[in-house]
Design a protein around this ligand. Structure first.
Ligand code: PLA
Length: 466
């Protein structure tokens, strides 16, 4: 009986083919059926006018990226976007680093470059250089071939691939993440199949680290659990452990066989120095233990949209590293097959040094590029630091109630202001200042012209709303 219905005149094979042919012809967006009725070609349209997805619920915007969506819709000329962590110049413009432009020119002028697929693990040079950048040129783990590195889709992709690998091959499911942490962490890990728990990290009273709480919670974590650590410039709090505190965390974690999973999204942004910002990680790697590392070049090379990052897994032996890499390939291949070539080529060009290329003149040029990058990186970090000072001064000058010294004490891209949800929505409504509802502001989005406006807004918000 189903056949009877299906054998409708209008759907004879010939007609269906003709309709399909018209549908596939370029520029044809609406079709006329053989009965002369318009056929809706929207891909979700059901045959009887209703969408097969009619019951799909409207999802809320992302808590961070949704801030930019709201900002873009606001016609006010006063509007300021301090939501997403994206560096802006003193003129409020996005920045493409000079060294990146140079690298791109070199790549463009290199006739031997092609657009073939990369291997599943990405660009080999990029992987080697990335491991060196985070673990240090003299890292024993690298020399002993105990590190496997795969190019991934920026920091997020690296976290996701690492998490999927752990869900398949590690004997524990629990991952402890700091409270609070970057809003995407719980989603990435949960969807990868891990079970997310939190450890205390931030003390709202001191606006600093809750070190005692952190140690207690990690001490209570089951042996072998995974622990997510922000390598530097903790997001959203801007609060990092001191080196001495890192050492205590390391000892505790190693004594309980907790597996460190580092997220390094801001190397160079905390202090302006790439090596200083990798200290925490290098302490853990130097003890010979294992760990995971998700690296992003979004912020420190300004390659946000190029989606360049790397996942490294430091293993106990070279043997294990080879096997781990073989399994990482099985995670990546069905997910996105292999990573994009352009961004990784830019990074590799900038990071290349004497160990990679022998031609003397070329070599000097490349070293020059690395040096230039560190200078540009330091300039970005310094501008953020000067924004901290200027905002602090502006609030002091206004006599804004409360202690605002955390603005200059916190580090990295963000200040965790302590403003509450109501104060934030007041500032957005009345002053067109866009920020995440947890009171985080991206210091990199500020400039000398917008600071007085922000200080006025904070001043009004804390005076009007308690
Ligand atoms: N890890 C942390 C701690 C981050 O803050 C971010 C980005 C990432 C990983 C991922 O970055 P990537 O995938 O772009 O390399 N956090 C931003 C952007 C800057 C975002 O939310 O996507 C933020 O505004 O918090």
């Amino acid at each position: 009986m189903g056949n009877e219905n299906a054998r409708d005149q209008s759907s004879s094979p010939g007609r269906r083919l003709a309709t399909l042919a018209r549908h596939l012809s370029v520029g044809d967006t609406s079709l006329i059926s053989s009965r002369g009725e318009a056929i809706n070609t929207a891909p979700t349209a059901g045959f009887h006018g209703g969408s097969v997805f009619a019951n799909v619920a409207q999802a809320p915007e992302d808590p961070i990226l949704g801030v930019t969506v709201a900002y873009n819709k606001d016609p006010s000329p006063m509007k300021v976007n301090l939501g997403v962590g994206a560096y802006r110049t003193e003129e409020g413009k996005p920045l493409v680093l000079n060294v990146v432009k140079k690298a791109e020119k070199m790549l463009l002028n290199n006739p031997s470059r092609v657009k073939e697929y990369l291997p599943i693990t990405g660009l080999a040079d990029f992987n080697k250089l990335s491991a060196k950048l985070i673990f240090g040129a003299d890292s024993r783990a690298i020399q002993e071939n105990r590190v496997t590195t795969v190019q991934c889709l920026s920091g997020t992709g690296s976290l996701r691939v690492g998490a999927e690998f752990l869900a398949r091959h590690y004997n524990k499911r629990a991952i402890f993440i700091p409270q609070p942490t970057w809003g995407n962490h719980p989603k990435v890990f949960t969807l990868a199949g891990l079970s997310v728990k939190t450890y205390r990290y931030y003390d709202p009273k001191t606006r600093g680290l809750n070190f005692q709480g952190l140690l207690e919670d990690l001490n209570m974590a089951p042996s072998g659990a995974i622990v997510l650590l922000h390598a530097c410039a903790h997001n959203p709090t801007g609060v990092d452990p001191t080196l001495d505190q890192w050492e205590q965390i390391r000892r505790l974690m190693r004594s309980k066989s907790l597996l460190p999973f580092f997220d390094s999204a801001y190397q160079g942004f905390a202090s302006g120095n790439l090596d200083a910002d990798a200290q925490s990680v290098r302490m853990f790697v130097a003890d010979g233990g294992e760990c995971l590392m998700a690296q992003s070049y979004a912020k420190n090379m300004g390659l946000y949209g190029e989606r360049v990052g790397a996942l490294s897994i430091v293993c106990e032996s070279a043997d294990v590293a080879v096997k781990v890499e073989s399994q990482l390939k099985l995670v990546i291949r069905p997910m996105y097959s292999n990573p994009p070539i352009h961004g990784a080529s830019i990074v590799a060009t900038i990071l290349k040094d004497s160990s990679v290329d022998k031609a003397y003149v070329f070599l000097c040029f490349l070293r020059e590029m690395y040096r230039e990058w560190t200078i540009e990186l330091k300039a970005m970090a310094n501008r953020i630091i000067s924004m901290r000072q200027q905002l602090f001064n502006a609030l002091s000058a206004r006599g804004t109630p409360g202690d605002w010294s955390h603005i200059i004490k916190q580090i990295g891209m963000f200040t965790f202001t302590g403003l509450n949800k109501e104060q934030v929505s007041f500032m957005t409504r009345e002053y067109h200042i866009y920020m995440t509802s947890d009171g985080r502001i991206s210091m990199a989005g500020l400039n000398t012209k917008t600071i007085p406006h922000l200080a006025d807004a904070i001043h009004a918000a804390v005076n009007r709303i308690k």
